[in-house]
Design a protein around this ligand. Structure first.
Ligand SMILES: [Zn+2]
Ligand SMILES: [Zn+2]
Length: 341
């Protein structure tokens, strides 16, 4: 124990002073008068710490203030309370209330600042607006023009995937979708994204892929910089199509990494075919070109439908749950009408 040089009390001293005299008039916590908070003018995310984040404005203002909060050396912060008051849409008063521990004493302190919102553009938006891309995903057909269906379906798939992945990884975005002769090109923010999406599409559609790299320059640190092109060549067949396999009609019901699944139209039995053999499938009727026929009566195991072209009544195999009045998909293969499950 020592005596305080200021008030004379006998106490543990700091710089010769008792705790009360030491704290008297001292600012334990401080904030700059103004704290600037960057907001992306394009996506409206906030730059807090070292990253851009989607946040409520008041939450972002609190974080910005807390990042600039300073306390005197030796003080350990226990808790920080904050009150945000909007002055106008760009200026937020933040009052901070700090509780801490200093040499075994619980101390409290107040500080305040005004957080000012400044417009800027985050790196992702500036790259996107500047048409930055590292990879091109080219969707093409193996034979002729890419069908509108497949084009729309793949573009939608890619958009959904990128929206999903982009919500957790800011390096991921879609720069542009361009319809080109024979298909569609999608410009992507990263090479790994292009590689991943090409593989996913290949697995989903039984497509073939090819990649090509092109040197486009040097990075700032002198490394070669490449752009990658991933060509995804869609097969002629598509899920739901009626195809001819070994001379018989089937519906293509599934495609996976290793094989395709077929259901025979003659006996409604399922079978599979190796992916490497799928190139031999001949598309007979695209799913979108299947005809509709109405069930007019039914008997054990069979039903009678109206022939979709000449309206005669014909017997076909239909599923057990088909009822009179149902409209079912049918295909005409060599003048025989088949139910397509
Ligand atoms: Zn004292
Ligand atoms: Zn942005």
């Amino acid at each position: 124990m020592m005596f305080c040089v200021k008030c004379g009390v006998e106490a543990t001293t700091f710089d010769g002073l008792c705790m009360d005299c030491f704290l008297d008039g001292k600012q334990l916590a401080s904030l700059p008068r103004y704290v600037d908070l960057e907001r992306c003018a394009s996506c409206e995310e906030f730059h807090v710490g070292h990253q851009w984040l989607r946040k409520e404005t008041e939450e972002a203002a609190k974080d910005a203030a807390e990042n600039k909060l300073a306390v005197i050396p030796g003080m350990r912060v226990i808790s920080v309370g904050m009150l945000v008051t909007e002055q106008d849409e760009r200026n937020f008063q933040v009052n901070v209330d700090v509780e801490g521990e200093l040499s075994g004493n619980i101390v409290t302190a107040l500080a305040d600042t005004v957080v000012r919102i400044k417009n800027n553009v985050c790196q992702r938006c500036s790259r996107q607006l500047g048409n930055y891309y590292e990879a091109t995903l080219q969707i093409r057909s193996g034979t002729k023009e890419l069908s509108d269906n497949i084009r729309d379906e793949t573009v939608r798939y890619v958009r959904d995937r990128i929206e999903n992945m982009g919500s957790v990884n800011r390096q991921i975005f879609l720069t542009k979708v361009e319809e080109v002769q024979g298909g569609v090109d999608m410009l992507l923010s990263s090479i790994s994204l292009g590689k991943a999406l090409a593989k996913e599409l290949a697995d989903m559609y039984g497509a073939e892929t090819k990649e090509a790299a092109k040197l486009i320059g040097k990075t700032n640190d002198g490394n070669d910089m490449y752009r990658l092109t991933y060509l995804v060549r869609m097969p002629e067949y598509h899920l739901g199509d009626v195809v001819i396999h070994n001379g018989r009609p089937y519906k293509l019901t599934g495609i996976s990494k290793g094989n395709g699944r077929l259901i025979g139209l003659q006996d409604l039995h399922e079978t599979s075919i190796r992916r490497s053999d799928m190139h031999s499938l001949k598309v007979h009727t695209k799913k979108s070109d299947l005809m509709k026929a109405t069930v007019v009566s039914r008997s054990e195991g069979e039903a009678q439908i109206l022939h979709p072209l000449n309206y005669s009544t014909i017997d076909i195999r239909v599923p057990a749950d088909a009822v009179i009045g149902d409209s079912v998909d049918v295909a005409d293969v060599d003048d025989t009408i088949f139910f397509v499950p």
